[in-house]
Write a protein that binds this ligand. Structure first.
Ligand code: NAX
Length: 326
């Protein structure tokens, strides 16, 4: 039996975590031979609900779940942590500007970054989910210099999976035949869902759907899918977001499939002319716990221009929060 690993999850009494925690504990994220200790962080008023989540986790009798720690103290939640799933954030309230949300949630991530820097395992791998996810990851990275910047990532796998579904539905092919799809950029409506290099059942997607559909229907449908779910459900995507986190971490830790890649928002190395150091979504493969950006794709002028727009948005978000990092 492997040694247990410590998985910290923030916002653990919220919607996404109500799906996420049970799947981590069942072994879907890190493998069914990997015992886990869940270290769950919430704000003080949510601790009672968190205790109920713990009761339900225990009542599942998951063989891999070794312990569940519930706390409102981040130093306890991140102590010795190997994996961090940063879900906890404030939702956007009525009349709140995007800039206000950036600042409020940015503060959470600067505070947690400093604590992680002091108490977590320096090899800790982090996936930021709370919005604005890429910029929150950037703020966390700047406040946690003991961690490798490559170990701080943000979630665009939900967008990637949404895009797979749209393309599979359009081409009437099974979901698992869609390969090499990319989400570039920010997890926002400036994201660039790109099927230029995608294959479906072994055929180029570009031969199966026309460019007008890809640009005018597919791209906005994927980029605005979150809003579509909110308007139907009354709250934001939860189970599918949790599924995206499971997929993101599983690919990162256990590796991607041969002949395919996934989308992850990662530390930019300057590939494709994107500013180095931004947390930008790229196509990546993963092996032995490391990700590698696919660097040899040739992009059309249309996709390149969209990628630059998303980069500009990330630069602006970062500049809005510049007081939160040195
Ligand atoms: P909920 O409001 O249900 O849960 C958030 C939880 O975070 C609450 O229980 C709250 O008490 C807790 N929290 C707030 N501040 C905290 C802090 N400082 N420390 C610890 N916990 C704290 O939201 P939920 O639906 O779970 O969504 C969580 C976040 O995911 C939101 O920011 C949401 O916008 C974001 N999303 C990101 C997605 C992505 O693909 N990157 C997609 C889904 C989702 O929209």
């Amino acid at each position: 039996m492997k040694q247990p690993v410590r998985v910290t999850v923030t916002g653990a009494a919220g919607q996404i975590c109500y799906s996420l925690l049970f799947r981590i504990a069942s072994g879907e994220m890190l493998g069914n031979d990997q015992p886990v200790i869940l270290q769950l962080l919430e704000i003080t008023p949510a601790l009672k609900v968190l205790e109920a989540v713990k009761m339900e986790l225990n009542d599942c009798a998951f063989p891999l779940l070794q312990d569940v720690i519930c706390t409102d103290d981040a130093a306890v939640a991140f102590k010795g942590s190997d994996y961090g799933l940063m879900v906890g954030a404030k939702p956007r309230g009525p009349g709140m500007e995007r800039g206000d949300l950036l600042k409020d949630n940015g503060k959470i991530f600067s505070t947690l970054g400093k604590i992680i820097n002091d108490v977590a395992n320096p090899d800790m791998k982090i996936c930021v989910v709370g919005n604005p996810a890429n910029t929150n990851a950037y703020i966390l990275m700047k406040n946690a210099p003991n961690l490798k910047p490559q170990n701080i990532t943000a979630l665009t796998r939900l967008d990637h999976n949404r895009a797979i579904y749209q393309l599979a539905a359009k081409t009437e092919q099974p979901m698992n035949t869609v390969k090499k799809l990319t989400i570039w950029g920010n997890h926002s409506t400036t994201q660039v869902p790109d099927i230029s290099h995608t294959t479906v059942s072994g055929k180029a997607a570009s031969e199966m759907v026309d460019t007008a559909w890809a640009h005018a229907e597919f791209m906005p449908k994927v980029a605005k899918r979150g809003a579509e779910v909110i308007s139907a459900r009354g709250s934001s995507s939860a189970a599918s977001a949790a599924n995206g986190v499971i997929d993101h971490m599983r690919s990162w830790v256990l590796g991607t499939d041969e002949g395919d890649w996934v989308s992850m928002a990662v530390y930019s190395d300057g590939s494709y002319g994107i500013e180095k150091g931004l947390i930008y979504s790229y196509p990546v493969t993963c092996k032995n716990g490391d990700w590698t950006i696919i660097t040899d794709l040739t992009n059309s002028d249309f996709i390149t221009a969209k990628m630059k727009e998303s980069e500009k948005e990330l630069q602006e978000e970062r500049d809005t929060c510049s007081d939160l990092f040195a």
